[in-house]
Design a protein around this ligand. Structure first.
Ligand code: G4P
Length: 530
């Protein structure tokens, strides 16, 4: 019987983030391949051919061939138990994506070597940065024409504000891609694209010191450029520093090609040794140690009706300490009640299987009869405490939403409220408004479509949606401010959240500054972290 601390310490729980099309799905597939979880990674997803990623669940995803929901995949590799929290990789994303990052102990950022840092990576990166978790960079698609390596690394440092430390270094790109130099061992790994989709095929390894052999393999020019670049790199003097990595201050950078499966396994191995086992998490009683404390978890995501065959709601929990056993009696802190966790599931695509036991670092899905909310703490009845809340993120798109058939008010309110509880949307009202018409705020516009679809399919309510031009939300934090008396710009809108907190919507950042200038003592905040 493995002991508790061995089980917990061999866990690695991380999220993969990227701008759409950078290769997150492909990289995930290759990881799974090494874990023996699926036979041929290529079978996981293909937009054009209507094959679907393992994480595609909802109908809407199938229709659009994209992945709307974040999923969790677990596999074993080299005696490590790996949990990948998959974040949607399409143009759009929701609060869900952000919250998933709250459940991860580290993040892998996939960047397209031909494109560099892109918009969505920047946004997701900001969230990782706020948490200070380790961030690893995988620069992908080196088999295609990539940008200058120094420029790429420089861009990450400048745009994302994090120091980088290349662990390997590419030799050419596109047609001239010859492989990578593994910096710590000073070995060159030669590229061959015979490994597409498989895990077979040896990577040829040649020490950098064996210049003759190298010259015969990669050519005089490539060797000269490589030696020059290595000299430059060494001159720059960036040293790997585990402590800096642990605190999200230094990002180890790897180069490779997920599609041709080059550099993926070395990346996985290095990453697993550099990333952390489950981290302690902050609570109202101080940090909770994953090994020393009995079972505890927090809910980071709630999802309804993932599978038509089970019309239910699943609360996803990240186990933060101890061991979970099916059927155990636990305490739901926010509900103030003892509950039995009787239908725990782990997810692999549509295929759910029951888990009998799980450990800190793992994610389980629990059948939710409607009692859980995002951020809730579950712990043992004899050792109760509350995990620090999950911040909500500022929506950037707003729409006025009303039901078409006013007779369906009850279903409309129920649907809107439940979907809001799941965290996919935020609901606001006019200052003197009721629930006949609400203003919905979302982080990514696709959520509007999801809302419309779900209200129709799950609650039989048709809605009319009118998108509004606002992009910035600010809660009014100065106590004495009367929202009606604020001298704002003409494009400003006054609304309130469902708790009655007043807030303002703006079309652009300039108007926020103007409004602050015009109203002395006005305090505005982007997040309402109460
Ligand atoms: P995402 O999840 O980040 O959105 O990206 P995904 O893995 O779906 O990859 C986007 C496209 O880029 C896919 O092509 C994929 O095959 C390709 N790709 C991923 N990694 C590499 C790589 O290392 N080299 C090259 N050359 N291409 C790569 P697609 O044609 O859009 O989709 P599919 O039909 O091939 O699945």
């Amino acid at each position: 019987m493995p002991d508790l601390s061995t089980e917990i310490n061999r866990r690695r729980t991380f999220a993969i983030i990227s701008h759409p099309d950078a290769g997150k799905t492909t990289l995930t597939e290759k990881f799974l391949l090494y874990g023996g979880q699926i036979n041929l990674a290529g079978s996981v997803k293909g937009k054009a051919t209507a094959r679907h990623a393992v994480s595609d669940w909802m109908e809407i995803e199938k229709e659009r061939g994209i992945s709307v929901t974040s999923s969790v995949l677990q596999f074993e590799y080299n005696n490590k138990c790996i949990n990948i929290l998959d974040t949607p990789g399409h143009q759009d994303f929701s609060e869900d994506t952000y919250r998933t990052l709250m459940a991860a102990d580290s993040a892998v950022m996939v960047i397209d070597g031909g494109k560099g840092v892109e918009a969505q990576t920047r946004k997701l990166f900001k969230v990782c940065g706020r948490r200070g978790i380790p961030i690893f960079t995988f620069i992908n698609k080196m088999d295609r024409e990539a940008r200058d390596t120094f420029d790429l690394v420089d861009e990450i440092e400048k745009e994302l504000g994090i120091a980088t430390c290349p662990v390997n270094w590419p030799i050419g790109s596109g047609k001239d891609f010859k492989g990578v130099l593994d910096i710590p061992s000073r070995n060159v790994l030669l590229f061959s694209d015979t490994q597409k989709g498989t895990r077979q095929g040896e990577e040829e390894v040649i020490p950098l010191s064996d210049k003759e052999t190298l010259k015969s393999r990669i050519g005089q020019n490539a060797l000269e450029s490589l030696l020059e670049e290595v000299e430059l790199l060494e001159g720059a003097g960036v040293e790997f520093d585990q402590d800096q990595v642990d605190h999200g201050k230094l990002s180890p950078v790897f180069f490779g090609s997920a599609l041709t499966n080059f550099g993926v396994e070395v990346f996985l191995q290095n990453f697993l040794s550099m990333t952390s086992s489950p981290l302690p998490r902050m609570s109202d009683r101080g940090e909770v140690d994953p090994v020393a404390r009995p079972f505890s978890a927090f809910v980071f995501k709630i999802q309804a009706n993932m599978n038509k065959a089970h019309r239910d709601r699943v609360a996803f929990m990240r186990i933060c300490s101890g061991k979970f056993e099916a059927g155990m009696d636990v305490y739901h802190v926010q509900g103030g009640k003892q509950v039995r966790l009787s239908q725990p599931q782990q997810m692999m695509a549509d295929d759910r299987h029951m888990v009998k036991e799980a450990y800190a670092g793992d994610i389980i899905g629990i059948f939710d009869p409607g009692i859980y909310s995002i951020g809730d703490t579950i712990c043992m009845p004899e050792d109760t405490f509350r995990y620090s809340g999950i911040p909500t993120f500022a929506p950037e798109h707003f729409a006025r939403v009303r039901q078409v058939d006013t007779m369906k008010r009850k279903q409309f309110v129920k649907g809107i409220m439940q979907i809001a509880e799941e965290g996919a949307i935020q609901v606001f009202q006019e200052l003197s408004g009721g629930m006949e018409e609400v203003i919905v705020g979302v982080v990514g516009v696709l959520q509007f479509e999801v809302l419309q679809y779900r209200l129709k399919n799950e609650y039989s309510v048709e809605i009319r949606l009118e998108q509004l031009p606002y992009e910035h939300i600010r809660w009014i934090k100065s106590r004495d401010t009367d929202p009606e008396k604020i001298t704002g710009t003409s494009d400003m809108k006054r609304i309130q959240d469902l708790k009655g907190n007043p807030l303002l919507l703006f079309v652009n950042a300039w108007s926020i500054g103007m409004t602050l200038d015009r109203n002395e003592g006005l305090v505005l905040e982007e997040f309402n972290e109460e």
